[in-house]
Ligand binder design. Structure first.
Ligand code: 1GP
Length: 252
């Protein structure tokens, strides 16, 4: 296994560059939509394409990944909501453990069951401490995970959880308010967490304006993930990408 994609993320972080990842839900795209998204993300110099969702109802993950890879050089990273969301055609996989919850199935149980298939896929794996933060109302991820999200104003819990994840060896920390969250994660929480970890910090859930993405990066996010808002208005891809890439380089 190479660590090509992870190194690219770590190198950009080291250089103080902020990254933009567009989340594509396989359930919501067909070939025409993939073509449109690839054209827009390429033009906007999006850094990564995340593919996945909390619930993938359709059965065409391979087809979606192959479709994207045919048209684009942007690395495709799987963001699986369930262990079955593995496609060997992707470039890497976020190997998620829900460290904010206390549901053993999502901490380790499902990993044990899917380990042989994941290993066999040959994918680059990025062990990721996944933290769900309360986004104001239940989201698919908070419901499906059957685990209580971290309250949005409890920065200390988020800080200690992220620190523990890093010390357990996780290579990324992903704080997520859930897709379409009413309230995105506060800049104050992002700032607090970014101060206590060295691994790249990924932030997503409810980010729907270039301003919000910019402020999140200024607060300490390294990678911004946007899905829902882009599904509604694809012109945001260009605007959000420009905002994220305009954040002044500030080395930690
Ligand atoms: C969800 O972090 C992602 O898991 C992205 O959230 O769809 O709200 O952008 P949105």
């Amino acid at each position: 296994m190479t660590n090509r994609i992870y190194h690219s993320i770590a190198d950009k972080k080291k250089a103080g560059k902020k990254m933009f990842a567009v989340l594509i839900d396989p359930d919501k795209v067909d070939n025409r939509k993939i073509e449109e998204l690839v054209a827009l993300t390429t033009e906007a110099q999006v850094d990564y394409l995340l593919v996945g969702g909390s619930l993938v109802i359709s059965n065409h993950l391979d087809e979606v990944v192959i479709g994207i890879k045919k048209l684009s050089n942007i690395p495709v990273i799987l963001f699986p909501g369930t262990p079955s969301q593995v496609s060997r055609y992707a470039d890497a996989l976020l190997y998620l453990s829900l460290i904010s919850g206390r549901n053993p199935e999502l901490l380790i149980g499902q990993h044990v069951i899917s380990a042989p298939a994941v290993k066999q896929s040959g994918l680059e794996l990025m062990s990721t401490g996944y933290m769900v933060i309360d986004g104001g109302a239940p989201t698919t991820v908070s419901y499906i995970s059957n685990a209580t999200p971290i309250p949005s104003n409890k920065n200390e819990i988020a800080m200690c959880t992220a620190m523990a994840g890093e010390m357990l060896g996780m290579k990324l920390i992903y704080m997520d308010a859930g897709s379409g969250a009413e309230k995105a994660i506060t800049e104050s929480m992002i700032h607090s967490v970014s101060k206590v970890i060295d691994v790249p910090l990924v932030i997503g859930g409810g980010i729907n304006t270039p301003e919000k993405a910019y402020l999140n990066c200024k607060a300490g996010a390294d990678v911004i993930v946007v899905g829902n808002a882009i599904e509604k208005d694809t012109s945001l891809i260009r605007e959000i990408s420009a905002a994220i890439h305009s954040v002044p380089v500030l080395l930690k």
